[in-house]
Write a protein that binds this ligand. Structure first.
Ligand code: SF4
Ligand code: FES
Length: 391
């Protein structure tokens, strides 16, 4: 169902740092969570339950050192993410360090705090790509989902400015029962915005999204409807718009190779400098995450205990251990196995071979049929969002 390379797909063998074989070479991408601060309050936020405080964030110079190390071990792409990365007043300085490290730069943003002048400045510094998230194309519903007034109109402007300034644009549309009816219009919005790519991603249920699962899960029929809509649009818009479609796991029969396989292609660094193998890894028990200020990133990637916890296939139980797809999907998503069945070593319940698969699918159908409860919005406390002046 995917069309074209995902930013998280594995690099071609020729680009891998051979010195980091045998377990997959260096990472192809770095996801830099510059801050957990965000003006939006989305009910499916993928940041951890305990947000990191503003005064613990890495400085621009510290990020610069991380970028240099990531590039040295093979990273090609840098995703500047959050929270909302544009709330960092020193984003320009951070971007300059990224450009200096020779990384392809992607700004993952909700767009609501951007001005044309700031975006123009970022383009001049060398920003390559903007990934703009949208909640819906019906403004009132978009504002309700994000709990932020006037956001949609701002996003329309940011999409227009991105094209005018010569940067590539991806529209990112998280999909769930409260916007799923508007998928055709969302695709149309991406075409009108002259985006090169649209990512239509059914929500995954861990971290904050787990609290809102019953408000977000679509029915099997509406999910299958999105498969048809995307397949038709992919044919009709060939050469106009690329599609990256993340299916809904409760109604899948095979799991995804989450993040391209644990410890194989990406490194996530949190605002305070913890290196994670996936953005939700802190939902897993007993993992120890290294601090990039205290340990070299190359060493963390190669020898860090969290990166080796589920790398390769040795950790697997049956049915994954003897399955012919074990090096294709790597047993699916560890965070979903933990969230759904309480065992991070288990087969992802999205797999039809998992003993938990039937109950997992049934739970989705049951919750989707019940009236949606009110959203529990994501909020950061005023205290945690306070910035302190550098000494
Ligand atoms: Fe993938 Fe494991 Fe299912 Fe096999 S049993 S398809 S390796 S998740
Ligand atoms: Fe952590 Fe899938 S989100 S392994």
């Amino acid at each position: 169902l995917r069309d074209g390379p995902s930013p998280f797909s594995a690099p071609p063998p020729s680009l891998r740092a051979q010195s980091y074989e045998p377990f997959a070479g260096g990472p192809t991408g770095l996801l830099a969570e510059l801050t957990h601060r965000c003006p939006l309050q989305c009910p499916y936020c993928s940041n951890p339950i305990d947000l990191e405080r503003a005064n613990a964030e890495l400085t621009a110079k510290e990020w610069g050192a991380v970028f240099q190390r990531a590039a040295a071990i093979g990273a090609l792409q840098l995703h500047l993410s959050g929270g909302e990365p544009t709330v960092r007043k020193d984003l320009e300085e951070i971007l300059a360090f990224a450009v200096d490290a020779g990384l392809y730069t992607n700004l993952i943003t909700s767009g609501v705090t951007l001005t044309r002048a700031r975006l123009e400045g970022l383009a001049e510094l060398g920003l390559d790509h903007v990934q703009l998230s949208i909640q819906d194309v019906e403004p009132e519903n978009a504002d309700r989902i994000s709990h932020y007034a006037g956001g949609f109109e701002k996003k329309r402007q940011v999409a227009e400015w991105t094209g005018e300034l010569g940067m590539a644009l991806t529209i990112n549309a998280p999909m769930h029962r409260q916007n799923i009816a508007h998928l055709p219009q969302i695709i149309e919005f991406a075409v009108e915005a002259k985006a090169q790519r649209i990512e239509i991603a059914h929500i995954q249920y861990y971290a904050w999204a787990l609290k809102n699962r019953a408000a977000l899960i679509p029915t099997r029929e509406t999910f299958l409807g999105t498969v048809e809509i995307v397949e038709e649009a992919k044919k009709r818009l060939k050469g106009v718009l690329n599609f990256d479609f993340v299916i809904h796991d409760h109604y899948a029969s095979r799991p995804k190779a989450c993040t391209g396989g644990w410890g194989r292609s990406i490194v996530v660094v949190t605002p305070s400098g913890k290196a994670l193998p996936c953005h939700a890894a802190q939902t897993l028990p007993d993992l120890v995450f290294d601090d990039v200020r205290a340990r070299d990133l190359a060493d963390v990637w190669r020898n860090g205990s969290a990166f080796n916890a589920f790398r390769g296939t040795d950790w697997m139980q049956e049915p994954c251990r003897s399955c012919e797809r074990r090096e294709i999907d790597f047993g699916g998503c560890r965070c979903q196995a933990m969230a759904a069945i309480g065992d991070a070593n288990a087969t992802d319940p999205a797999c039809h071979l998992s003993l938990a698969h039937e109950a997992f699918a049934r739970l989705g159908e049951t919750e989707a049929q019940t009236p949606a409860p009110a959203f529990i919005y994501r909020r950061m406390s005023a205290e945690a969002s306070k910035e302190t002046e550098p000494a």
